[in-house]
Design a protein around this ligand. Structure first.
Ligand SMILES: C[S@@+](CC[C@H](N)C(=O)[O-])C[C@H]1O[C@@H](n2cnc3c(N)ncnc32)[C@H](O)[C@@H]1O
Length: 236
């Protein structure tokens, strides 16, 4: 039998259920494992992430990615449909594919675009998409502040995700122009200060947006403090 060179990710069914009211199917769990293996192997050539231990990868890359879109997970979605409608989602500064790839796995009906300014990361993501047959993902290479001005990209997405890319007001400048009217930007943050909030409030007003909600929470294994800042685009 072929020996597995990469560790097996923990399943954490109870924690998924208790914290996000959702659990991956067997097929989704297998996709998470495939993603983990590809990133651990890809890391040998490219500097993709320093988070490679299985439990840390589960918490900081998988769980954290889905915590930001918890209200869209099929078991939590409240609306006219039992499942979320098709969403166009862009992950800005995706790096090794976070939060965009776990989101695309959890929401197979969404269309997810992964954007990064680094060509070699995007080349890695393209080969990963082929290897994993993830058909609801596409990639874009370039700087967000340029791409969000292109006519075919601006006002084009329902949801924009930004994690660990820049200061919150800079992330808002990247994200809001991509959104359709009523679209939602999710800024994944660690700590959150009053000063950051004041600067962000000024920025979003100029971009026809508003801060809709700020959620703070702790991660389930290492109990790190996190914030998700939800911005609503008011008009296009
Ligand atoms: C620290 S990594 C974070 C990656 C991923 N979002 C995560 O949370 O693991 C930041 C990424 O943002 C990309 N990036 C930085 N500025 C950017 C910009 N203006 N437009 C597009 N990508 C950018 C970098 O190339 C890098 O891959």
């Amino acid at each position: 039998m072929k020996e597995r060179s990469v560790a097996v990710l923990p399943e954490m069914h109870e924690i998924w259920q208790q914290t996000l009211n959702w659990q991956p199917s067997i097929a989704q769990q297998a996709q998470f494992q495939q993603l983990y293996e590809a990133i651990v192997i890809g890391n040998q050539k490219l500097n993709l992430t320093r988070i490679t231990a299985p439990e840390e990868f589960w918490e900081k890359h998988l769980w954290d990615s889905l915590r930001g879109i918890v209200s869209l997970l099929p078991t939590n979605y409240v609306g006219a449909h039992r499942c979320p409608p098709l969403h166009k989602i862009i992950d800005i500064g995706t790096g090794a594919g976070f939060p965009g790839i776990p989101v695309a796995i959890a929401l197979p009906d969404a269309e997810v675009t992964l954007l990064d300014s680094t060509q070699k990361k995007v080349a890695f993501l393209n080969s990963l998409m082929t290897e994993m047959s993830l058909q609801n993902i596409q990639t874009l290479v370039g700087r967000a502040e340029n791409i969000n001005k292109q006519p075919q990209q601006s006002n084009n997405y329902d949801i924009a995700l930004v994690r660990a890319v820049a200061a919150a007001d800079v992330c808002a400048n990247y994200a809001l122009p991509f959104l359709k009217a009523e679209g939602l930007a999710v800024l994944y943050r660690g700590n959150w200060t009053k000063e950051e909030q004041t600067t962000l409030e000024d920025t979003v007003k100029k971009l026809s947006g508003k801060i809709e909600k700020i959620e703070n929470f702790t991660t389930p294994l290492s109990h790190g403090m996190r914030h998700c800042i939800y911005l609503r685009k008011i008009n296009s």
